[in-house]
Design a protein around this ligand. Sequence first.
Ligand code: FRU
Length: 500
Amino acid sequence: MTSTASAPTRDLYRPGLHYTPAKNWMNDPNGLVFHQGVYHLFYQHNPFGTDWGNMSWGHATSTDLHTWTEQPVAIPCDDDEAVFSGSAVVDERNTSGLGNGSAAPMVAVYTSAYAKESSRPGVQAQSLAYSLDEGRTWTKYAGNPVLDRGSSDFRDPKVFWYDGPAGAYWVMAAVEAAEQRVLLHKSADLIHWEYLSDFAADGPPDSVWECPDLFELPIDGDAARTVWVLIVSVNPGGVAGGSGTRYFLGSFDGVRFTEESARPSAAPAGEPPLRGSWLDWGRDYYAAVSFDGLAQRRVMMGWMNNWDYAAATPTGVWRSAMSLPREITVRTANGHSRLVQTPIVPPAASSTASDEVLGADSGSGRRAVLATTAPGKVHRARISASAAAAATFGLRIGGPGTGGARLIVDPAAGEIRLDRRDSGRVDFHEHFPSIERAPLEAGERIDLEVYIDACSLEVFVQGGLATITDLVFPHGPDTEIEFFADPSVVLSTVEVAVLG
Ligand code: FRU
């Protein structure tokens, strides 16, 4: 049968796996919560345009973290307030009294950014909205706001249920953004909040702190030894310029977070010291927060963009994608306890080991196109290699005959670089062309895993000890994934998979 319908057109930069709203603007992930087999992703959303504004909570759901279904706007802005970032919990014990006897309320704790013409002009305070139908419909709490310091920069509440030596209660981490402080409060009912403590650290003076998160993780999988992780997004002042996400490691006693390195006797005898760092070394991983409700697992998602140029990215009717979901664990490596990030992706539909580049080298190094991408297709490249100090290897991701984005492993420099200056469309903003650098704590072998999905590259170095997330906007649909290596590089794996 001959069809007269034209082939469906996909927009060039629409990812296959990373979440994007069908239309309009998106920024931070909000209210990540897992309940009754469903992952809820709420997010900062402008329902009316592709620029930031009319901030409301958009909503998408998934049962596997791979496929997302967009839902109606969950919590809209109104004349009084914009609905800024925050978190969601399921109040199983109905501590808030917002339940109806049969359903545990899903409670969103968000920042009311009050309009100039409202009763609290310019104030940012914390408010509640609740849902009695698994996140489908929402009601703003009549007694909002529930926590108001009269501040114009108090925002981004992340709430969790603390149950430890100090008692059992809700804890909220939120920022005084311009003062670069995380404030902790506690509550028995999500409605009445009492100040606990605050946390600050060095940073550039013009930066703001945003979107904190605080959670506990076992060290090397041993539940008897745990560490608390405090996440803070900073803008500007990110490691690669503009927006970036930091983490601190330490302890939380139910009142105060103490960074481990700040203690006189950092780690108990025989224990490796803890170390905080950057959660990602790229330009485009911001406002990352974790899911509530996953018991022992900790899964985070970030906004794949940067406030430096987010308003100018050339994606058409939608703007911004979320990162892949990443499971976070703590592993001891090179004498330090470090965060490890493992992407959660569907199994490969097909994969090809590249024998031609694994074979003996002619003396001038190796170069081979491993795959060519097509819109909607998601590729994963895996490379394991060891390289003498002076040798480099990596990937070029770009159209035939173009420079492309270049990922270069450079053991002599102790770093891995992602150079996107010639990656395609880069001229939409002066701050977009850039080179990112992640430290390479090279052992014998270097392992890379790279996810290539339309407009983004996510690089996991050494099994997730470091990551680099960058947007790229190739000129055309046929982007080559090309491998290159200096002569002395010893390869054990070069493989490309298409993820199904
Ligand atoms: C972070 C942020 C938050 C704020 C939200 C507004 O990207 O600036 O601090 O709540 O975006 O959209």
